[in-house]
Design a protein around this ligand. Structure first.
Ligand code: S3P
Length: 429
C-alpha cells in the first residue's frame, strides 16, 4: 500500500475499543522471558513489526519462542541459554530492540552484530554505547559506535554509577540489563523519571531492584524465573482514539484495559488541562496499572507543556500537536528536544505535515508552538515512514475539510496493525 485516501470529515466516533498491547511492555516480556529459567506465557502481546523483530532476534540467539493466536510462549534457559547467533540480528525500525539488546549482548560471552533499517541507522546509539563501554563493553560501529551496524564482542562487565545525561528509558534499561550481569552494584540516576517497565519486570520475574532517593540500584549476577505476563493496552496507541474522540462531534469512545502506569499517563493530564471531557476508572491489577478511559467530544483550550511531563508523553506529542490545532488559543510544547531523535525528527515531520493541512504551527529549538483553533484542509501528506506521524494524520482527517491522501500508511503496523479496522469500526458519518 503506497497511499491511502482518508475521508473521515465530520465523522463521529462511538463505541468500545481495546487497543493492542503495550509496545514497551511487549518487548520486555520477550527479553525477560528469554533470560529467565522456564516457561513464560505472554497474553495480549503486541504483534506489531517492532515486537516481532524482538522475537526474531531472540530466536536467532537460540531461544525457543512459540506463537499462537492469543499467546506467546517463551522457553527461557537463563542468561547462558543465549547462544552466539550465526546470523546478523536485525532490529528493523525498533529503537527499543536495538538499545536494550545492546545492554544484554554486551555482557554475553560471544560475538554478535546488530543492524536496523534506514531510520535506525540515523538514530544515536552512542547514548548506550558510551555508558556500556564504561562498564567494560566492547562495541564497535560507524562513527566510533554512534550508529548501526554495531558489532558486540561480549565480555564480563563491571558495575558503575551513572547519571543519565538524557531522560531515556531505553538507555536506563540497557544499563540495567548490563548491570544485571555485571560484577557489583550498578546505580543509575535519571534527570527525570521515565517509564519504569523494566524495573517492574525485574521484580515480576523474581529479580531484585531497589530505589534509594533518586538512585536506582541493581546487583549483578541475578537470575530470573519464567512467569505469566498480561500486557495492558498501549496508552500510546489509545492516545490516537482519545484525540479522535475529543475532536470529533457527537462522540463517546470507551477504551478498555488501557495501561495506566503513571510514567506513561501524561496524555491524560494534557487532555484534562485542555478541558477535555475525559473520565478515567482505574481497575485492580497486579503489576502494571490498568483501567478504562472514556472520552467524549470536547471544547479544548491551548496549554503549555514542558518539564517533567515530557517523558510521560514523549510519544504522544505528534497527536497532541493535532489536538492543539483544534484548541482555542496558543499551545507551547517545550523541553522536547528528544523528538529530534525518534523514528523521524518529529519536530520537523509534525510541523511540516500539519502545515500542509493549513495548521498554524511553528517549530522551535525544543518543541513547537501551535495556534488554534484552525480549520484544516485536505491534502497530500506523508507518514515519513513514522508510525505515529501516520496515525496522527489519519486522525486529522476527521476535522479536515476534504480528503487526505496519506503516503506510506503501512508503517502504522509497527505499533498498531489493526488501526484502520478499529477506526472504521468506530466512525460513522
Ligand atoms: C521506549 C522509551 C522511549 C519511547 C519509545 C519506547 C521504551 O524512548 O519514546 O517509544 O520502550 O523504553 P527513549 O528511551 O529514547 O526516550
Amino acid at each position: 500500500m503506497k497511499e491511502i485516501e482518508l475521508n473521515l470529515t465530520k465523522s463521529s466516533l462511538n463505541g468500545h475499543l481495546e487497543v493492542p498491547g503495550d509496545k514497551s511492555i511487549s518487548h520486555r516480556s520477550i527479553m525477560f522471558g528469554a533470560l529467565a529459567d522456564g516457561k513464560t506465557t505472554v497474553r495480549h502481546f503486541l504483534k506489531g513489526e517492532d515486537c516481532l523483530r524482538t522475537i526474531d532476534c531472540f530466536r536467532k540467539l537460540g531461544v525457543k519462542i512459540e506463537e499462537t493466536d492469543d499467546e506467546i510462549i517463551v522457553h527461557g534457559n537463563g542468561w547462558e541459554g543465549l547462544k552466539e547467533p550465526a546470523d546478523i540480528l536485525d532490529a528493523g525500525n525498533s529503537g527499543t530492540t536495538t538499545r536494550l539488546l545492546l545492554g544484554i549482548l554486551a555482557g554475553r560471552s560471544f560475538h554478535s552484530v546488530l543492524i536496523g533499517d534506514e531510520s535506525i541507522a540515523k538514530r544515536p546509539m552512542d547514548r548506550v554505547v558510551i555508558p556500556l563501554a564504561e562498564m567494560g563493553a566492547r562495541i564497535n560501529g560507524r562513527s566510533g559506535g554512534r550508529f548501526t551496524p554495531l558489532a558486540i564482542d561480549g565480555t564480563q562487565l563491571k558495575a558503575m554509577r551513572y547519571e543519565l545525561p538524557v531522560a531515556s528509558a531505553q538507555v536506563k534499561s540497557a544499563i540495567l540489563f548490563a548491570g544485571l550481569q555485571a560484577e557489583g552494584e550498578t546505580v543509575i540516576i535519571e534527570p527525570q523519571p521515565t517509564r519504569d517497565h523494566t524495573e517492574k519486570m525485574i521484580k515480576q520475574f523474581g529479580g531484585e531492584i531497589t530505589r534509594r532517593g533518586n538512585d536506582i540500584i541493581v546487583k549483578g549476577g541475578q537470575s530470573f524465573k519464567g512467569t505469566d505476563v498480561y500486557v495492558p493496552g498501549d496508552i500510546s496507541s489509545a492516545a490516537f482514539f482519545l484525540a479522535a474522540g475529543a475532536i470529533a462531534t457527537d462522540s463517546e469512545v470507551i477504551l478498555e484495559n488501557v495501561g495506566l502506569n503513571p510514567t506513561r499517563t501524561g496524555i491524560i493530564d494534557v487532555l484534562t488541562q485542555m478541558g477535555a471531557n475525559i473520565e478515567v476508572q482505574a481497575e485492580d491489577a497486579a503489576g502494571e496499572e490498568i483501567g478504562k478511559i472514556t472520552i467524549r467530544s470536547s471544547e479544548l483550550k491551548g496549554i503549555e507543556i514542558g518539564g517533567e511531563l515530557i517523558p510521560r508523553l514523549i510519544d504522544e506529542i505528534p497527536v497532541i500537536a493535532l489536538l492543539a490545532t483544534q484548541a482555542e488559543g496558543k499551545t507551547v510544547i517545550k523541553d522536547a528536544e528528544e523528538l529530534k531523535v525518534k523514528e523521524t525528527n518529529r519536530i520537523d515531520t509534525v510541523v511540516d505535515e500539519l502545515k500542509k493541512l493549513g495548521a498554524e504551527i511553528e517549530a522551535t529549538e525544543d518543541g513547537m508552538i501551535v495556534y488554534g483553533k484552525s480549520r484544516l484542509s485536505g491534502g497530500r501528506v506523508s507518514s515519513h515512514g513514522d508510525h505515529r506521524i501516520g496515525m496522527m494524520l489519519a486522525v486529522a482527517s476527521i476535522v479536515a475539510e476534504g480528503t487526505i491522501q496519506l503516503e506510506n500508511p503501512e508503517v502504522i503496523a509497527i505499533s498498531y496493525p489493526e488501526f484502520f479496522e478499529d477506526m472504521n469500526r468506530l466512525t460513522q458519518k
